[in-house]
Design a protein around this ligand. Structure first.
Ligand code: HEC
Length: 143
């Protein structure tokens, strides 16, 4: 009976590990995809890619959508594993959530600027967005 209980515990903890592993994968994938589109916009902004209003709007919309996705992957227990997230996220949850919300609202502003077709305006919203990326990484991501 005892052995059976132990076996059940082991199975439950393996399932829990898998859940945590996939939560970490989820958030990292969202960040990776988001940065693909952010980098394209940065290249456009810096003149490395010709400005195409329709393409930039698509890219901005992708960033806005993706900016909503990483957060559900920050489940309790996922400070351990294949991750560079600092466990401060769970101690300073409000600060982390504020930055996550700020990212989403700046991504929304970037889409609006892309809709306007005005490149200087788009540029300044791209800079505002990247500022949030680096502020959060400085505090909550290991180098
Ligand atoms: C609210 C905090 C926060 C914001 C805002 C944020 N990130 Fe991150 N980012 C993280 C954390 C934490 C990790 C580490 C995730 C992990 O390893 O589990 C990370 C990881 C990443 C990674 C590495 C993913 C991988 O596969 O290891 C990339 C790329 C990235 N972020 C890009 C960005 C970009 C681009 C922005 C802005 C558009 C951004 N992030 C905004 C917190 C943030």
């Amino acid at each position: 009976m005892f052995a059976f209980a132990l076996a059940c515990l082991a199975v439950a903890s393996q399932a829990q590990d898998r859940k945590i592993e996939s939560a970490i994968k989820h958030r990292k994938s969202a960040f990776t995809l988001m940065s693909t589109y952010v980098n394209r916009l940065v290249q456009t902004s810096e003149g490395g890619r010709p400005y195409n209003a329709a393409q930039s709007l698509e890219d901005a919309r992708a960033v806005e959508f993706l900016s909503r996705l990483p957060w559900e992957g920050f489940v309790p227990g996922s400070e351990r594993g294949d991750t560079r997230a600092k466990d401060d996220i769970w101690f300073e949850e409000d600060r982390f959530k504020t930055l996550a919300t700020e990212l989403q609202s700046r991504a929304g502003a970037m889409t609006k600027a892309a809709e306007s077709g005005n490149l200087p305006r788009l540029r300044s919203t791209i800079d505002d967005l990247r500022d949030v990326c680096s502020r959060c990484h400085k505090v909550f991501r290991k180098d």
